[in-house]
Structures are given as C-alpha cells and as structure tokens.
Design a protein around this ligand. Structure first.
Ligand code: COA
Length: 308
C-alpha cells in the first residue's frame, strides 16, 4: 500500500507522509492470517540456523494481532510448523515485543531451563488500523521476522538487555473497545475505538527519551561505548524519531539500519525484520556489536546488545 493509495482513503499527501514519517509504502497481508506470516518467517529462520522443528524447546510469539483471542498465536504457529517438543506462548508488548521475547529467551538460556528458543515478532496491523483516521493509518503495515536463540560459549551472543514499562501512559497508544473492559456488544457502533488510537506528538517525545535511555543502559551494563557499536537496529516507527535517537546517542546515521520506507511501522515485527534484512545484506559481521532498541504501546520500551 503506497502513500498514493492512502491519498484515496484519507485527506493526506505523499509529501506529508514522507517528510513527517519517512514512510513510502507498507505491506498488507491480504490472504494470510498472522500465523501464516509467522510460519513463513520461522521457516526461514530455521533454514538459516539449520534447525529442525523437533529441536525447538520454546516458541515465543510477540504480537498484538493474534489470529484469535483464544488460544495464543504461539499455539497456532506450533501446530502449523510442527514443533512437537516445544512450549509456545505469546508476549503482548506491542513494538517492544521482539526485544521482550529475546529477553525471555536469554533468561531461559542463562538459567539452563531451555536450549533452543525461537522468537517471532509478527503483526497483521491492517486488521487493527482505522483507515478513516489519517493520524494512524499512514503509519502501520504487516510483517513478520524470527530468530533462534541457543547457548554460546565463546563470548558472542546477548551481552545485556533492558526492559521498562509505564502503564500510566497507556492511553497514548491503545485500542479501547473489544476487550473485557469495554466489550463489543450488539449496541457497539463501530466508532473506531476498537482500532488503534494514538496521541502521536506526546508519544514522539517519550519515544526519543526512553529509547535513548534504554540504549544507554545496555551499553553501560555491557561496558561498551557507543563508538564501538557497529550497527543499530531501531524500531522503525518514524524516521524523525530514529534521527533524534542517533543524535542523542552521538551515533552516525550510517550506522543506523533503516527499512521504514518500505514497511512502515510493523510493531513487533519491526526489529526482527530489520535485523534479518541487515544480516542478509551482509551489514553484520562476526564480532560486531549490534544494538537493538524499541518502544511501543503499554507504554513499554527495551533494548538489547548482541555480540554477533
Ligand atoms: N496527512 C496530513 N496531515 C496530517 C496527517 C496526515 N496523514 N496526520 C495528521 N495530520 C495533521 C494534523 O491533523 C495536524 O493538523 P493541525 O495542525 O491542523 O491540527 C498536523 O498534521 C500536525 O500534526 P502533528 O500530530 O503535530 O504532526 P507530527 O509532526 O507530530 O507528526 C506523527 C505526526 C504521527 C507522524 C508523529 O507524531 C509520530 O510519528 N509520532 C509517533 C508515532 C509512533 O511512532 N507511534 C507508534 C509508536 S510505537
């Protein structure tokens, strides 16, 4: 879906969207459920890691757009992918979902609870976006990205993680109706409150501040200076947020991986999609410090530093 397509739906322009967000296109999954996208991403991760379904101990599905309210998306993916020895479950941390999943995977590995953990960040936000609201519909797209975590003994792998949330700001980015607090009943008038609602300008300020703090936190924890970071994989929400973050961290923009132009904001899929593209493009080499940082509805934010 291009900016020109959106011009036909709401009062907006390609110029406004491009200059305010950096987004030109987003992908819309027309004939696929969220689980179908996740299965595709997981298969490619398993292929790259030369891992069979039987070897996966845990599947963490990070999403706010599961196929069903019950059961979890994780259990649907487990059946479609055939992961007979795994426990599968979801984490609901919006755009920070993949980093939350990574943090869980890392903790399981550190404690020796499980050995092979697949984390998939996946969203079908097109089912959740109000295409009458120009404040939000221009931002979001569909996508999936997955990674497999396993123990390493040579100093490589996850060096440090950081997670923080503040539920008092939850109404900056939320979907009010359709849950147990405000169920969709026969009287519901479909006024858009069951879709994504957002206070963009307030969110923008918190995002820059807290993503900056989260990134600094993981570097300090690992004793790594920002000059040693080879590549930063930020959540792709808005090019101006990413530029402000890079400035705050004193990181050159050529160290920042960007693909927002093609996908828009894909929430939990954003970081793993960008990580995978950077990796397949040869932008990440063995021994590189890779910094991932994200921010999203909750509000919840987090970061992870990996030695590749
Ligand atoms: N096309 C044209 N005009 C639009 C528009 C659109 N798609 N969306 C909003 N506008 C208008 C607004 O109505 C407003 O008009 P007004 O001044 O007449 O009231 C004007 O543009 C400026 O709106 P504002 O919200 O101040 O713009 P902004 O510079 O803050 O940019 C966002 C808006 C949404 C792009 C920006 O705030 C943002 O990216 N915030 C973070 C959102 C985010 O990342 N969310 C997910 C977090 S994980």
């Amino acid at each position: 879906m291009t900016n020109a397509d959106l011009e036909k739906l709401v009062d907006t322009t390609d110029e406004w969207i491009t200059t305010r967000t950096g987004i030109k296109e987003r992908r819309i999954a027309r004939d696929m459920a969220t689980s179908d996208m996740a299965v595709e991403a997981c298969k490619r991760a398993m292929e790259m890691a030369e891992t069979k379904g039987e070897e996966i101990d845990v599947l963490v599905a990070a999403t706010v757009t599961p196929d069903y309210k019950l059961p979890s998306l994780g259990c649907v993916i487990q059946e479609k992918l055939s992961l007979p020895n795994a426990v599968a479950f979801d984490v609901v941390s919006a755009c920070t979902g993949f980093i939350n999943g990574l943090t869980i995977a890392n903790a399981y590995i550190e404690t020796g609870s499980y050995k092979k953990i697949m984390v998939v960040g996946v969203e079908k936000l097109s089912t959740f976006v109000n295409y009458r609201d120009r404040n939000t519909c221009i931002l979001f797209g569909d996508g999936a990205g997955a990674a497999i975590f396993a123990p390493s003994h040579n100093g490589r792998g996850v060096q440090s993680t950081f997670m923080k949330s503040d539920g008092s700001m939850r109404e900056m980015l939320w979907s009010k109706s359709g849950g147990a607090a405000f169920p969709v009943t026969e009287e519901f008038n479909f006024d858009g409150t069951d879709k994504v609602m957002m206070n963009g300008s307030d969110l923008f300020k918190v995002a820059v501040k807290e993503m900056g703090n989260a990134a600094t936190e993981v570097m300090q924890k690992a004793g790594v200076d920002s000059s040693e970071i080879s590549i930063i994989i930020p959540h792709q929400a808005n090019i101006r947020i990413i530029e402000a973050l890079a400035k705050r961290l004193k990181l050159d923009m050529n160290k920042v991986f960007l693909n927002i132009e093609k996908y828009g904001n894909t929430s939990a899929a954003s970081v793993p999609l960008a990580l995978d593209e950077a990796n397949r493009q040869g932008r990440i080499n063995e021994g590189d410090y890779v910094l991932m940082v994200a921010f999203g509805g909750g509000l919840i934010w987090g970061s992870a530093l990996i030695k590749w």
